[in-house]
Design a protein around this ligand. Sequence first.
Ligand code: SDX
Length: 437
Amino acid sequence: MSKKYEKKISSEKATLTIGDKSFEFPIYGGSTGPDVIDISTLYRDTNMFTYDPGFTSTASCESAITYIDGDKGELLYRGYPIEQLAEKSDFLEVSYLLLNGELPSEAEKSKFTHDITYHTMVHEQLNRFFGGFRRDAHPMAIMCGVIGAMSAFYHDSTDINDPNQRRVASYRLIAKMPTIAAMTYKYSTGQPFVYPRNDLNYAENFLYMTFGVPTCEEYVVNPILADAMDKIFILHADHEQNASTSTVRLAGSSGANPFACIAAGIASLWGPAHGGANEACLKMLYEIGTVENIPKYIAKAKDKNDPFRLMGFGHRVYKNFDPRAKVLQQAAHEVLEELGVNDPMLEVARELERIALEDEYFIEKKLYPNVDFYSGIILKAMGFPTEMFTVLFALARTVGWISQWGEMIKDPKQKIGRPRQLFIGESTRDYIDIGKR
Ligand code: SDX
């Protein structure tokens, strides 16, 4: 297990003055990043709540998993820069790192890879769920349903208080997400499901189960595509306390089983402001269509009266470039070159990025391309339909979600999440009989 940095209690306190009263609150420091003010006694002391819609200034937990410095454009998984992991590691090694806190030894990596590989098959009856969906159902709708339904099958890994059952559930989710994601694609095409192969690595196996038609012809995985797929998984694996991770933590705080919690995370990720942005971004690029149309859409994005936003731009935390976007921009170029794809959308994307980054509105609001800006271009070139983009995001983020969930469950201070509100509705009033309304 990784060394858990204990928070440092500052000798200073935060003082809040309300009227003629002053209240003091402890300040804690972490291993890096902003300090926090512990306001857990504020309601008891002041009979007031804090108010922070969207949690822009709120730390919901202590965590040792992923650190983001939005000003520097820095992303660390257990201290390792994302650029180094994307270049030198692979997704299962990064999964081990996120789950356990340290890079595995060769023996640890070999055992982890074996354990995940031998959990990739799904219960045969799980296949029957698909028949209940329309063929044109959005694959994220299917993922929400099928992943949640895993808790109807794997009862021997739903006791959250049993460390071994937590580990087995985590392995099952990491291992089965590619299989189920590939099944959602196959179902939409009318092709048969493809069973996993234990001789392929994680990314190769996913491409095989998605694009292979083994009974008709042998599917040979393109190593460049498998490498790009693995890199995309690494870049999407975790990202601190984002909306879907916070959803998983909040669901888990009630003691819900891990499969149900991950299904909740999938639902949250689906939104176009979050993981659904990769699908929305590619649709936006097609709507823009040509480089000549870009200024019109930049103007729409800046128009306060127009709800249009440039999908794939902006971020709650990154107020500098998103380091993942940099890696993906390079990967987009490599994949399109390897496939000999001349996608005009790559040119539109590049020109949109150039123009936006020179525009004073985007500079002032610190809006840079985020992880979703280039991923869609790569995934489309690889043959994935647009609706599958967020499914792949969920596939990769599952290890981050389950690592954060496990960290929360192990936290002795963990309690059910239950925010309060600023009530602006009707005060007490008496019932009025219908004849008198
Ligand atoms: C992900 O949190 C994570 O870590 C998420 C994620 C992860 O790995 O889990 O990184 C993955 O979700 C990436 C983000 C993908 N979403 C998009 O690309 C959708 C487009 N982006 C926006 O919807 C927006 O930028 C958000 C939702 C990402 C961030 O929104 P915030 O932090 O709430 O910022 P905001 O909406 O308050 O915007 C600040 C200002 C506003 O203008 P003002 O009201 O101050 O005048 O910037 C403007 C916004 O109107 N703005 C944009 C814009 N994003 C923000 N204007 C035009 N186009 C945009 N994309």
